[in-house]
Ligand binder design. Structure first.
Ligand code: GUN
Length: 283
């Protein structure tokens, strides 16, 4: 079994991004910038947002965080997003989710044009991914998983990839990216019958369901590549969706939690911000 070291890969890719950002500054005199908008007091969100800001600075991307109170009105947050959309100096916009419950999240996200949608969540970016267009910005977590597979030279062409989970953020875009990489893809979800029978046929198994220890050894084929996109907080500790101690004895490659997929998400956000910026200067 080989461990897929997300921290190592994230560091290598962040170094590349840092160089590209510096080159763009030399060539165009422009610093790329990311605006993150956060509303409310969700403590996990606050940590994510702080980490995004820090990561930007480390690669030379300007980061601007707009902190709004829990009580912010729909009108106020829409006004701020609209200003950032119009601002020529803003390359990427990210609205941290979840938003306070009284806000209409869909309406707010719809204001962000695909060119600035560095989360890759917008209808247009999902459509572009579905069409395998080269002007898409990809959802960060599944894109990070593709980068991990590439870094370790794991063959994808013709392989059976099984994705457990059909969320808009991970499961669905993951399946599309694996398909784009010539995998034969099966998507499983909470209503799937005979789940273990299907997962046992996976050469590559990606799990994104949000349940600690959901994938057990009996669900995994000998020699499979197992990617754990779960982040489950239990008593202050973080666990993945995969029962690592059991499954690592069968897998050829496996991602740990923490230190596997996690560090790749912000890395791909930095990459998307760079892409958004460089596409704008090259337009
Ligand atoms: N909340 C948890 N993960 C994410 C993410 O990747 N993007 C946004 N916008 N909000 C999140």
């Amino acid at each position: 079994m080989r461990l897929i070291d997300g921290k190592l890969v994230a560091k290598a890719i962040r170094e590349e991004i840092k160089q590209k950002v510096a080159e763009a500054y030399e060539l165009y005199g422009k610093r790329f910038s990311l605006t993150v908008i956060i509303a409310g007091e969700d403590s996990a969100s606050q940590i994510y947002v702080r980490n995004k800001g820090k990561a930007c600075e480390e690669v030379g991307i300007i980061s601007d965080t707009v902190v709004l109170p829990e009580s912010v009105s729909q009108e106020e947050i829409e006004k701020i997003v609209t200003e950032k959309v119009k601002d020529e100096n803003v390359d990427g916009i990210l609205v941290q989710l979840p938003l306070p419950r009284h806000l209409d999240e869909k309406r707010i996200l719809k204001l962000i044009p695909p060119e600035k949608d560095v989360d890759g969540f917008s209808d247009s970016n999902v459509g572009r991914l579905t069409l395998f267009s080269d002007d898409a910005l990809y959802s960060c977590t599944p894109h990070g998983i593709i980068k991990l597979l590439e870094y370790y030279d794991i063959p994808l062409k013709g392989k059976h990839a099984v994705v457990i989970g059909r969320s808009n953020i991970v499961g669905k875009p993951m399946a599309l990216m694996l398909l784009k990489n010539d995998c034969t893809v099966t998507i499983c979800h909470s209503k799937t019958e005979n789940l273990a029978e299907i997962t046992r046929t996976a050469d590559i198994l990606v799990c994104a369901v949000g349940k600690k220890g959901f994938v057990t050894a009996d669900m995994v084929k000998d020699g499979a590549v197992v990617i754990d996109a779960g982040i489950n907080r239990v008593d202050g500790k973080i666990y993945g969706d995969v029962d690592f101690d059991e499954v690592n004895q069968k897998a050829s490659y496996i991602t740990p939690v923490p230190g596997g997929v996690g560090p790749m998400t912000i890395t791909m956000l930095l990459y998307n911000t760079y892409l958004a910026g460089i596409r704008k200067v090259n337009k």
